[in-house]
Design a protein around this ligand. Structure first.
Ligand SMILES: Nc1nc2c(c(=O)[nH]1)N[C@H]1C(S)=C(S)[C@@H](COP(=O)(O)OP(=O)(O)OC[C@H]3O[C@@H](n4cnc5c(=O)[nH]c(N)nc54)[C@H](O)[C@@H]3O)O[C@H]1N2
Ligand SMILES: Nc1nc2c(c(=O)[nH]1)N[C@H]1C(S)=C(S)[C@@H](COP(=O)(O)OP(=O)(O)OC[C@H]3O[C@@H](n4cnc5c(=O)[nH]c(N)nc54)[C@H](O)[C@@H]3O)O[C@H]1N2
Ligand SMILES: [Mo]
Length: 867
């Protein structure tokens, strides 16, 4: 990637020499250039709505934290941080909380993401160690995806595996939904929700029956095999019983077992479908057990592989961003505490683990925590039972939020807002899933008064009187100290950056990607190659696991299992991806995916607004009917927020049930029901600026960013008065020339305002008829001058005599819509590559490949059907 000379414009290119991506970028990476502008950025410290100086903000925070600690003790304050911080930021935050304030109350959004895998690693390997590396994904003959929609969430790695697949690698996907990852796989096991432990235990029992376990490896390197075998014996492990409990066809299960038995080079990827569960640790353990029993670990092309999501989830796990660990893979045992205390030399070291995310916000809610500092995460959106989290923050006496953006759902609840640097400005290191440390280098000078997160923390620490521990002058110094800690009195901790402890500023500047543990000889691609683990006796541990259902089973009143997750082109709470309109076109608005057989009897049709209800709350989203969904399960994306779709938020619905050991929430399962919304009117507003419905109106609205304007969609169930109130709110301040068309009988109202020659806003309402597609109208906002033909056609909503290109965007990187791809297929393109040549679709990141392949197949099906 390189910076263009003219200020903040960027040309984005992958770095072909970087070992993690070999130059490939996903749609979000490719669109980064669209998100580096200063639009929507927080550029100054703010107290309430007022701009203030750093000095003032820093001393206010320091005073308030010090005062609270003095009166109520160190556990009355907390930090909630994020895998989107750099390692240096993470190190600073953890050192301040655990080493100087003296509380364990720092937790990270990785609690929502990786915590179950962390515990499974610790139980099996003695520490949070990821055995394999990305090269294993090239070398494997079989890749099993457990609750991992890699085609959408790790598209760059997925393409690498697609290439391996062309060389004969096989893919098995274990996911209740037929995702794009599942669609192209050799085998998809659409298991019943939360039955993974049963499935993996069944696999292990089958491998034992076939004699496909590696007795020699177990004898030399593994403990606990007998205990696991005894636990397996407590249930009927016949393939028929397992298939029945998991809700998969017996033949498919047997095929999976056979593939696993015959393929030594197997990588088992596991992600949120495994971790985000009340049995998240058990799922991880059941997967790791299979690898230990077969000796498929520490070898090329063979390992269990927990994949991380955020840029620096791993850095947080290493430095101690989680409340349950101290720092540098050291926990709260007396020896580690003494060692870390010696190293930091602070006044007060945390005595034990702090509160995990869900417990932390409960403690905010009940007043045990009185001051919280949130950095680089948006918990008002992303926590389970999000309405409760929001209420807790509203009631909290002191909330500080550091973010690069000016408006997020969480910032709205902050007393003090601190402007952080964003991607392109930050300078430091991150660690990826394969333990690879990469430098993130800055391309731009800090905008406004924005500052690096580590520096903001260090300044507050100094203002609290801890200056001597936080006097770093740059990220290289923070990194050196961190590397020194990993090597400090290290007699067996694999997490060791030893040689980097003396890194010079120049060498830090030039640091090449390297996988820890780092020795004088360089990094390490794979761990456990010698069969030795980080346990006292050097053996790995197999852990007995028992299959249980979800924390809350479905009931007659809430008969559906609500599953949540990601869409292809958005990142979490959309604070940055929504700046790139092309990333908003694949999934433009909040939706709920339902099996047609579940939707039909309830009168829910494709595209209809639908209520989703759980014991926690209610949402309204657009129905997408699809047999890619299991019957009895529904899916909602996690991304939509107050700013884009107040009623389309998934997390107010999610029950805050957690895994007892990891504290990770069961985001993938909440009992739910759906009902048709049955709106009486609908409409939309196209305007140059973002708009929010005023409080008190009973309506559903959502905002969909467009290239030259903002589209707002509305619907309501109220009578004429409600609609009139909305109309008034929308038009209250509108000046300029206006055009208006009303057909009261047909319940239609259409209005457009012009600002000189430019289109300023357009409103369409209907109580009966259909609304025109929005694309053509939205595109008119790009023109400085409206042509007279377009002006005449405005209130018709479409250009007379011309078809506009419609349909969802399939390829976000090149902006190719479904219609063009359909046309290319009709024109004779019968392969993915041919479509790429004809339209460009899929030629950049390729994450739309499964969808295009599906479109081709659908057309072929139709032809066959017609013939
Ligand atoms: N486009 C995009 N990519 C991202 C992100 C993003 O926001 N957008 N976020 C990043 C982050 S932080 C993360 S953590 C990763 C997450 O990456 P993934 O884990 O791939 O993403 P999810 O969509 O959360 O969930 C994966 C799958 O788990 C399945 N699942 C649900 N219940 C079960 C179950 O009981 N068993 C099994 N086996 N599967 C189940 C869901 O149906 C879903 O398809 O993505 C990263 N990449
Ligand atoms: N229903 C449901 N909920 C989920 C999940 C799910 O699958 N289903 N997945 C969970 C998972 S795995 C994750 S990781 C979380 C993610 O959830 P969040 O962490 O809440 O989501 P983000 O939108 O990534 O929030 C990052 C925030 O940090 C800001 N930011 C970005 N870079 C920086 C920086 O360098 N410094 C600072 N100070 N701020 C920065 C962004 O503007 C944004 O406001 O969501 C969890 N919630
Ligand atoms: Mo995540």
């Amino acid at each position: 990637m390189k910076a263009a000379p003219d200020g903040r414009a960027l040309t984005i290119e992958g770095d072909a020499d970087h070992p993690a991506n070999l130059g490939r970028l996903c749609s979000k990476g490719s669109a980064l250039g669209k998100t580096v502008g200063l639009e929507g950025r927080l550029l100054h410290p703010m107290i309430g709505g007022r701009r203030t100086s750093w000095k003032d903000a820093t001393s206010r925070i320091a005073d308030k934290f010090s005062e609270t600690i003095a009166r109520h003790g160190p556990d009355s304050v907390a930090f909630y941080v994020s895998g989107q911080l750099l390692t240096e930021d993470y190190y600073a935050a953890n050192k301040l909380m655990k080493g100087f304030i003296g509380s364990g109350n720092i937790d990270t959004n990785s609690r929502l993401c990786m915590a179950s895998a962390v515990i499974a690693h610790k139980l099996a390997f003695g520490a949070d160690l990821v055995p394999g590396c990305y090269e294993d994904l090239d070398l494997a003959d079989l890749v099993i995806f457990s609750g991992h929609n890699a085609a959408w969430t790790h598209p760059v790695l997925f393409r690498r595996m697609e290439a391996a697949r062309a060389r004969g690698q096989r893919h098995v996907v274990i996911d209740p939904r037929r995702t794009d990852t599942a669609e192209s796989a050799d085998l998809h096991l659409a298991l019943a929700p939360q039955t993974d432990v049963r499935l993996w235990n069944g696999l292990l029992a089958d491998l034992i029956r076939r004699g496909a376990v590696d007795r020699a490896y177990i004898a030399a390197h593994v403990a606990g095999f007998a205990e696991v075998e005894a636990e397996l014996a407590k249930a009927d492990q016949s393939p028929a019983a397992v298939a029945a409990d998991c809700g998969v066809p017996l033949a498919d299960l047997e095929r999976f077992f056979a593939m696993a038995a015959e393929t030594p080079r197997t990588v088992s990827l596991f992600s949120m479908g495994a971790n985000q569960s009340a049995q998240g640790v058990a799922k991880g353990s059941a997967i790791i057990n299979v690898h230990l029993a077969t000796g498929r670990i520490g070898k090329p092309g063979a390992c269990p592989f927990s994949i991380t999501g955020q840029p620096n989830a791993m850095g947080g796990r290493e430095t101690g961003g989680m409340a349950t660990t101290l720092a540098g893979h050291m926990d709260f045992d007396p020896e580690s505490r003494a060692r870390v205390a010696r190293f930091w030399g602070g006044p007060r070291l945390a005595v034990g683990p702090g509160l995990k995310a869900v417990d932390m916000f409960d403690a905010v809610a009940d007043g045990r925590i009185k001051a919280i500092w949130i950095m680089a995460t948006n918990p008002a959106v992303s926590m389970p039972d999000a309405s409760k989290v929001r209420a807790a923050l509203e009631a909290c006496p002191f909330v500080v939020v550091s973010d690069c953006m000016a408006e997020t759902d969480t910032l709205a609840l902050a007393h003090i807002r601190l402007p952080a640097l964003a991607w392109g400005e930050k300078d430091g290191t991150v660690t990826n899933s394969e333990r690879r440390i990469s430098r993130q280098r800055r391309l731009f000078d800090p905008p406004g008064e924005a500052r690096a997160d580590w520096r903001i923390i260090a300044d507050v620490a100094a203002a609290m009187g801890f200056g001597e521990g936080f006097g770093w002058r740059g990220p290289a110094q923070v990194f050196r100290e961190w590397a020194r800690l990993t090597a400090y009195e290290n007699t067996g901790r694999i997490l060791n950056l030893g040689p980097l402890a003396a890194i010079t500023p120049q060498a830090y500047e030039a640091l090449e990607p390297v996988q820890w543990p780092v020795t004088e000889a360089g990094g390490a691609a794979r761990l456990f190659t010698d069969g030795r683990f980080q346990t006292a006796d050097g053996r790995a541990r197999m852990v007995p696991t028992t299959a249980r259902g979800p924390a809350d089973a479905v009931t007659a009143a809430f008969p559906l299992a609500l599953n949540t997750g990601r869409v292809r082109d958005h990142w979490h709470t959309m604070t940055r991806t929504a700046l790139a309109p092309e990333l908003c076109r694949h999934a433009p608005e909040a939706y709920v995916e339902i099996h047609p057989a579940d939707a039909g009897p309830l009168g829910i049709t494709e595209g209809a607004l639908t209520r989703i209800q759980t014991l926690q709350g209610e949402a309204v989203a657009t129905a997408q009917l699809s047999d890619r969904q299991r019957r009895g399960s529904i899916f909602m994306p996690m991304h939509w927020t107050e700013a884009f779709s107040p009623s389309g938020r998934a997390n107010p619905l999610v029950a805050p049930r957690v895994d007892a050991r990891s504290g990770q929430p069961e985001f993938k399962h909440t009992p739910a029901r759906v009902r048709a919304y049955r709106e009486t009117w609908r409409g939309f507003l196209l305007a140059r600026d973002a708009w929010r419905a005023p409080a008190g109106l009973d309506l559903i609205w959502r905002r969909i960013p467009q290239t030259a304007c903002q589209l707002h969609e509305f619907a309501g169930r109220g009578d004429e008065r409600e609609r009139a109130a909305l109309h008034k709110a929308l038009t209250g301040k509108a000046g300029g020339e206006s055009l208006r068309y009303e057909d009261a009988a047909a319940g239609a109202l259409r209005e457009a305002w012009l600002d000189g020659e430019r289109l300023d806003r357009v409103i369409f309402f209907t109580t009966s008829g259909a609304l025109p597609p929005r694309d053509w109208l939205a595109d008119l906002f790009a023109a400085e001058t409206l042509t007279s033909a377009n002006r005449l056609a405005l209130l018709i909503g479409r250009q007379p005599g011309q078809a506009t290109e419609t349909g969802p965007t399939v390829c976000a990187c090149l902006g190719v819509r479904a219609q063009r791809i359909d046309a290319a297929i009709a024109g004779g393109c019968t392969t993915f590559d041919a479509i790429g040549q004809a339209t460009g679709a899929g030629t950049n990141c390729g994450s739309c490949r499964p969808e295009i392949v599906r479109m081709i197949a659908a057309t072929k099906g139709e032809i066959r059907h017609a013939a």
